[in-house]
Design a protein around this ligand. Sequence first.
Ligand code: V47
Length: 397
Amino acid sequence: MPSAPAQRQDASASALPGLSLLPPLDIPRRIISDPSLRPVADKLEAGQRLERQDGLALMRSRDLLGLGALAHAARLAKNGRRAFYVLNRHINYSNVCVNGCAFCAYGRESGQEGGFLLSPGQAAAKALAGSLPVDELHVVGSCHPDLPFSYYLELLTALREARPQAILKAFTPVEIDHFARISGQSAQEVLGQLQAVGLKAMPGGGAEVFAPRVRQRLCPQKTSGQRWLEISGLAHALGIPTNATMLYGHVESPEERVDHLLALRGQQDQSGGFSAFIPLAFHSQNTKLGDISPTSGLDDLRVVAASRLLLDNFPHIKAYWVMLGPKMAQVALNFGADDLDGTIVEERITHMAGGTTAQGLSERQLRQMILAAGFEPVRRDSFYRHLPALAPAEEAA
Ligand code: V47
C-alpha cells in the first residue's frame, strides 16, 4: 500500500483547491439496466456536464448497480482508491436555539429542560481530553438567544490555546448569519474577526434543503438558502474553505434535491472554496416529524451517487458514518464517496434524534473499515493534506 506523504504542504496551496471537473469517464455500460441512465452515461463518457434532467434521472432511478457504476467511475477519476479519514473531535458548545427547526432533536428553547451551554474553559477541557492527537476540532452549536459575539471569539481563543495543533473548523453559515445579526456587523466582518482568533475552516451544516417550500415547513426561522450560499462564498473569498450538506429523507421532492445540488455546484463555480459535500440522512426520533420512516439503503446510496456525479466541481464526497452507519458508509465508498469523516469522540445531533451508531471510532477501526472495503486509507487534515497514520500497518479484514 503506498504510504501517505508525511510532510504537511503549505496550507494556502490546498485551502482553496482549483476547480477540476470530471474528465471523460470510462463507464462499464453493461452494468446499467435503467434506460433513463443511458443518456447520463453518454454525457459522462463525452466529458459533458450533467444537467437538471440528468440529475432527476439519477435521483429517481432504482438501478442501484447502474448508479454505482456511474458514480464509482467519477470517484476513481477524482480520488482514485483513496478513502480519507480525520482524527477529529466534535465540540457542541450549546443547544439553546432560537430557530426551533422541526427536524431537530438537539435544540432547546431558552429555559427548557435539557438545554446546555459550555463556557470557553469547559469547551477547552473537552478538547483536551484524551491522549491521542486531534487534527481537527469541529465546533458547532446553535443560534443562542443571549450570548454576545465576544463569547464566540473567546471560545475559539480557548480552543486554540488548548489544542494549538488542531485546525479549528467552526460555525456553520447559519451561525455566522446569527453572529452578524447580534453584533450589528456584516458577515464579512464577523468572519474576519473569527479568522483573526483562529478560524481556519467551516463545517457545512444548516443547508438542509434550499427550496423555500421545504424551509417554510421545516425551519421557517432559519437563514435562507440564498444567504447560506452567500456566506459560504464570503468565507471562500477570505480563504476559509467550507463544506456543504443536504438533509434528505423528510418532505423534500427529487426535484428539490437536484436543485439544491445544482445551487451548490453554481456557488462552487463562483467561489471555489467547498472541500466536501456531506449528504445527511434524516433521523426522525424525538423530532416534530417523528412519523417519518428512516431512509432506505437504496436512497442513501442513490443520494451519494447522484451527489458525486452532479457536484463535478467538488473535490470530496463524505459518507458520514454516524448517520449512515459504518456498514452503509463502507458500501458508499463504491458509490462515489471518498471520505468517512473521523473519530468524532462525542456526537450529539444524530444521537439525540435516535442515531444508534457508536459515539466515536478509533483510527484503527476507521482504517480497518476502509481496508475491508478494498480502499486505501489516508489520514488527512481539514484541508485534505495527507498525514502519516498513527496506527501500525494492518491487514484487510
Ligand atoms: O446542520 C439536524 C443536520 C447537521 C438532524 O461539515 C440532522 O464536515 C439528521 O452538518 N437527522 C449537523 N440530520 C451535522 C453536519 C455535519 C456532520 C459531519 C460533518 C460535517 C462537515 C457536517 O445535521 C445540521 C442539520 O442539517 N441535522 N437534525 C436529524 N434529526
